[in-house]
Design a protein around this ligand. Structure first.
Ligand SMILES: Nc1ncnc2c1ncn2[C@@H]1O[C@H](COP(=O)(O)OP(=O)(O)OP(=O)(O)O)[C@@H](O)[C@H]1O
Length: 309
């Protein structure tokens, strides 16, 4: 049985239409079960319920949504190790699909998923904040960041204008406004960073982003050399940068050329601890929170994720 978890609001609802159309043409429609998320955060609970009911019958779990929906789903199936996953990108960012070299066109993606059924190993990231017990560990599929990008994400998520801009199909403007406001308000952070046992004090940090693959923020190539692998994260640090140059960075990052700027440092590592004396905003695949300390590692075992060919 194929289980589809569909976010009906991602990509202004185009997922439902495309999936329904696709399912009209399949040979055994009874093998496909669709479930719809009903509110933010629902996918995590929904998927845990569906999987605990039907685990042994599920051949593949297909997520139809954006990066946010995929984040919720992997956190719902955390305990169910080897369940094959697929992602149909109908969101606004879709970095996970880019990172896995999957088609960005949802129709082509559905064909690839169900016709080829080829899988690759994927190691998600795990994170624990403020010394919480290990059972509260969460996963991220694409990236975890602290600093400027996290504050933009928080401002965008909490904007009272968000629903209104969504209604008039201009949701990207909420992000642009969030970005501009954050440029003026952001206070660079001082951070204690430990990567694989090596400690550093970093001052004037604008961004520190830990990634599983090159993409972030809807197609920005933040870690151009990153590859999907078992143990190494790529870490991008932006520090001591002027506001004007930060804007330049946000242009060059789409081509992966920001790494030439002297304010950008690229590191690699498998066990990362970020600590600060002040409460800092972080985001995991766009979901924001606050912490003083964040411990990041790769998930132990690989997950099977559909690949292109
Ligand atoms: N029925 C629903 N009503 C309102 N919000 C929902 C519903 N189902 C899911 N959501 C929320 O919709 C939000 C957006 O989903 P998602 O991130 O997948 O799409 P996106 O924002 O369009 O894409 P991306 O994250 O790739 O930019 C998520 O926070 C999710 O929790």
């Amino acid at each position: 049985m194929y289980v589809l978890i569909i976010n009906p609001v991602a990509g202004r609802g185009k997922g439902i239409k495309i999936v329904k159309e696709y399912l009209k043409g399949v040979q055994n429609p009874q093998n496909y079960k669709s479930y719809y998320t009903e509110y933010p955060g629902h996918a995590t609970k929904l998927v845990a319920q569906v999987v605990s009911l039907h685990e042994e019958k599920i051949e593949m779990l297909v997520v139809v949504g954006g990066d946010g929906t995929f984040y919720e789903v992997i956190n719902g199936v955390k305990a169910y190790g080897d369940l094959p996953l697929a992602f149909v990108p109908v969101g606004s960012g879709n970095d996970f699909a880019r990172g896995c070299s999957m088609p960005l066109d949802p129709k082509e993606s559905l064909r690839t998923i169900f016709k080829q059924k080829r899988f690759q190993s994927y190691w998600a990231g795990t994170y624990l904040t403020d010394g919480r017990p290990a059972r509260l560990e969460k996963l991220f599929a694409s990236s975890l960041g602290i600093g400027f990008d996290a504050e933009v994400a928080e401002r965008t998520n909490e904007s009272k204008w968000k629903a209104w801009f969504n209604r008039i199909h201009l949701s990207f403007l909420v992000y642009v406004i969030g970005l501009i406001v954050t440029i003026f308000k952001f206070q660079p952070k001082n951070i204690h960073l430990t990567i694989d046992g090596k400690e550093r004090e970093l001052k004037g940090i604008w961004m520190l982003t830990i990634t599983n693959h090159p993409y972030f923020g809807g197609g920005m190539k933040i870690a151009p050399d990153a590859t999907i692998n078992k143990q190494t994260f790529h870490v991008t640090i932006v520090h001591q940068i002027s506001k004007l140059k930060l804007l330049l960075l946000f242009i060059t990052v789409f081509f992966g050329k920001h790494t030439r700027l002297k304010e950008v440092e690229m590191l690699k590592g498998s066990e990362i601890m970020v600590r600060s004396d002040e409460s800092i905003i972080y985001h995991a695949d766009g979901y924001t929170g606050k912490c003083y300390e964040c411990h990041v590692r790769k998930e132990q075992g690989p997950r099977r994720v559909v690949r292109k060919n």
